[in-house]
Structures are given as structure tokens and as C-alpha cells.
Write a protein that binds this ligand. Sequence first.
Ligand SMILES: Nc1ncnc2c1ncn2[C@@H]1O[C@H](COP(=O)(O)OP(=O)(O)O)[C@@H](O)[C@H]1O
Ligand SMILES: N[C@@H](CCOP(=O)(O)O)C(=O)O
Length: 291
Amino acid sequence: MRTARAPATSANLGSGFDVFGIALSRPADVVRVERADRTTIEVTGAGSQFIPEDPEKNTVGAVAEALDAPAHIQIDKGIRPASGLGSSAASAAAAAVALNDLYDRGKSRKELVPIAAKGEAVVSGDAHDDNVAPAILGGFTIATPDGVTQIDTDISIVVTLPEIVVSTRDARKVVPTETTVEKLVETVGNAATLTAGMYRDDPALVGRGMEDDVVTPARAKLIDGYDAVRDAALAAGATGVTISGAGPAVLAVTRSRDQRSVANAMLDTFDARGIDARAYQTRIGNGTRLY
Ligand SMILES: Nc1ncnc2c1ncn2[C@@H]1O[C@H](COP(=O)(O)OP(=O)(O)O)[C@@H](O)[C@H]1O
Ligand SMILES: N[C@@H](CCOP(=O)(O)O)C(=O)O
């Protein structure tokens, strides 16, 4: 038997659509695997009533198949599904690391990224690596078709998760298919600024580099109160605010001293609109840990 803990992740970070991702120190999923003749799945925890236990429909089923590692897989969800916090990716990442060890498959952490991404394809229709890469490797990751670059960094983050459901599959349908050269130039500048900020552990650069005028405005329409919550977080000291993944979670980069006031400002703003929400005061953290 093996047990692995995989963290929530936040993909895109505004200017890095389908490329950038960060691991968050909390919340997390815990996955326990035991050898079996065929794969069976049991899910408990946050939002488990909405998560299929059929191996064809759960992200961990695709991972077990890709590693040829049938198992009884118990998933304890700490990350609500359809949150924008890489919930489906965290289970896949934890299962990949645990099954690789259980069956002694000898894959490196980087080799496990595309295997865990097969689970993402099951739920979102696309095998994008931007959640599974940080979930497995930790830190800040740049996932491209040529591979993953990982940077360890320490940045304070607030993520606010409203009681709204946005499925990644639906949020991918509103992504614009065309943009202008001006916006392309702006996006490249912001993505480069963000990357420099990650190298320097600099929340001001990271926050500025999250600006995005292409994908985020289209998706913001799916999140009731997004603009007001963003303004409130910035007024409370956040250095940048964007949608976490496909939403509805909203992510703010902060200096450590401003974390609590930013979290309160975001919660109060959702509350004023009658929307229940919870805030995670968290940091960029480690990848999947095997017990
Ligand atoms: N192990 C899993 N954990 C979470 N969601 C899963 C899992 N396996 C399948 N799903 C399905 O994936 C969808 C949530 O994935 P997604 O929309 O990408 O949310 P998130 O942004 O939180 O990852 C839900 O329909 C859920 O039922
Ligand atoms: N790049 C993807 C990331 C989806 O993240 P999730 O946490 O919402 O699953 C996208 O933006 O569609």
C-alpha cells in the first residue's frame, strides 16, 4: 500500500494560459493505492458526491491504465471539484506518484507529468499539463509541448473559492480563438515579467505579470462578482489578481503581511453579493509527497 498527498494548483496565472502553474501549500488530496486485479475507486471528502467512481470517468482510472498498475484507489478529497484549483489534477498526480512507486515502474517525476495529464483529458477533453506539472513537481512550472521547466519560489497567495460551479470543459468554450498583435505583445511582456518575479521571489513583479487582456476578461463573465472582488483585493494590498485555472476560484498575490486583509476583503465582497465563499491563505509550495 502507498499513500500520496498532492497539492491544489493554480494554472494560467493570467498571462500564461495553458502554460503556467503553481503548487499551493494547501488544500490537498490524499490518495491511497493497494495492488488489485482490476482498478476500483472509492472517493470521500469535499464534493465527493459529484465525483464518479467509475475508472473510465475518474482521472485516477486513466493513470492506473497508463501505468498498467491496477489497484484499489481511495481518494480523500481536500479540493472541491470544478473549483479552478486543479482538483481533478491533484488526484491524478497523487495516483501517478503512488502507483509508480507501488509497482516499481521507475518513472521520474517529469516522466509522470504526461501520464497524470491523461487523467485530465478524461474530464476536460484536453491533456493540458499546466495543473499536473506543479501538482507533481511543486513550485512554479512552465509546461510546453517540449517539456516542463520548474522553479522553486516562495510567494504568498490568497485563493478565494465562491460557492459557484464552473466546469473547466465549459470555461474552455469561451476562450477567444483570435487576438491582436498588440495584445500578443502585451501578453509576452507580462509573462516574461511574471517569470522574472518567480525567480526573484518578488510579489510585485509576479502580480504585475499576471495582467491578461485575452482569456481572463472572457472567463470573468462566468464568475459573479469577479470585478468587484478583484478591485477589493487590490485595494487591500494585493499585487495582482486573476482567475485561478478556469475558475471560479479567484487568486491574489500578496506580500505576507497583507495576506489576512486581502482574504477578508475578498470574502466580504462575495458576501455583500450574497455569495458564500471560503478563503485559503496559502503559499507556493511543494509537489506530491509520498508517505
Ligand atoms: N479524482 C477526481 N477529482 C475531482 N474531480 C474529478 C475526479 N475525477 C473526475 N472528476 C470530474 O472532473 C470534474 C472537475 O474537474 P475540473 O472541471 O477540471 O475541476 P477542477 O478545476 O477543480 O480540476 C468534475 O466533473 C468531476 O466529477
Ligand atoms: N489551462 C486550463 C487550466 C484548468 O484548471 P482547472 O483548475 O480549472 O482545472 C484552463 O484554463 O482551461
